[in-house]
Design a protein around this ligand. Structure first.
Ligand code: OAD
Length: 256
């Protein structure tokens, strides 16, 4: 008869044990965590970049050439995000913090579903779809939740120039604040880093994940498909975030 003590933990059980023991947790999330809320990813099946050319929608050059066209896409996405509700994965992450742990969410997503699920410490590496800033002058970026705008592009109160979404486009510099927040968090020690729903296409996402591991975290990936990070994580959980993350909270494997 098999000795149950000799049976290796399933990836979910192993990660759940890490979660149960963790007091400081980093969550690196990408489009996949919002997929079960009905928001398309970028590169997967049905993803934006399967049918759209990023150079026509997500670059300063595209905006200069046709701001209304770029805004039509963002306006559609603002509608999707407004109408979406956080799913079980966002709620599980928020629950970890309310259990008294310190949790920093570092997301590539421009939606606000982590915040709406109740997560307090959320940094947006690629900006926010709910913020706008002037494409022409230095007026500070501000929140604007108008959906839909009467005319596209909306214009700047200060100079009349076109407003743009306060998101990071291809070829642009990343905002420094999220990285400072992340460095500050890692400096305080981290027990568990979960990489959820991202291809980790960009070098800086891989670097953040590996920096967390370097700082002492067990590195766990949650994704239905392998990614560029999969070979480097301590625990890889193959599954959808909306099933896996609540299962980690429960400490049981219910992802089969
Ligand atoms: P991608 O679209 O590149 O990858 C989405 C990932 O989510 C894939 O690895 C999927 O396998 C996974 N996935 C899909 N459904 C899932 C689910 N239910 N649970 C867990 N994982 C699931 O999205 P990102 O990696 O976030 O940047 O893309 C990063 C950046 O590329 C975006 O922020 C955007 C894009 O170009 C800019 O616009 C600057």
């Amino acid at each position: 008869m098999a000795d149950p003590a000799a049976t290796p933990d399933s990836p979910v059980e192993a990660a759940a044990a890490r979660l149960a023991a963790a007091s400081r947790i980093l969550v690196l999330s990408g489009a996949g965590i919002s997929a079960e809320s009905g928001i398309p990813t970028f590169r997967g099946r049905g993803g934006w970049w399967r049918n759209e050319d990023p150079s026509r929608l997500a670059t300063p050059e595209a905006f200069r050439a046709d701001p209304a066209h770029v805004w039509e896409w963002y306006q559609y996405r603002r509608q999707l995000v407004r109408d979406a509700v956080p799913n079980a994965a966002h709620r599980a992450v928020a629950g970890w913090a309310s259990d008294g742990r310190e949790v920093l969410v570092d997301t590539q997503n421009v939606d606000d579903l982590h915040e709406r699920a109740g997560s307090g410490a959320v940094v947006h590496i690629h900006g926010s779809i709910w913020r706008v800033r002037c494409f022409r002058c230095d007026a500070p970026a501000r929140e604007d939740r108008t959906v839909p705008f009467e005319t596209l592009p909306p214009t700047c109160d200060a100079c009349g120039g076109p407003l743009r979404p306060d998101v990071v486009w291809f070829g642009e510099t990343l905002p420094a604040a999220p990285f400072r927040a992340m460095e500050g968090f890692l400096a305080g020690g981290v027990d568990l880093a979960l990489v959820v729903g991202t291809e980790a296409t960009f070098g800086y996402i891989r670097a953040l994940a590996l920096a967390a591991r370097e700082a002492g975290a067990a590195l766990v990936e949650v994704n239905p498909s392998p990614t560029t990070l999969s070979d480097e994580v301590d625990i890889r959980i193959e599954g959808a975030a909306g099933s896996v993350l609540p299962a980690l909270t429960d400490g049981v494997s219910n992802t089969d």
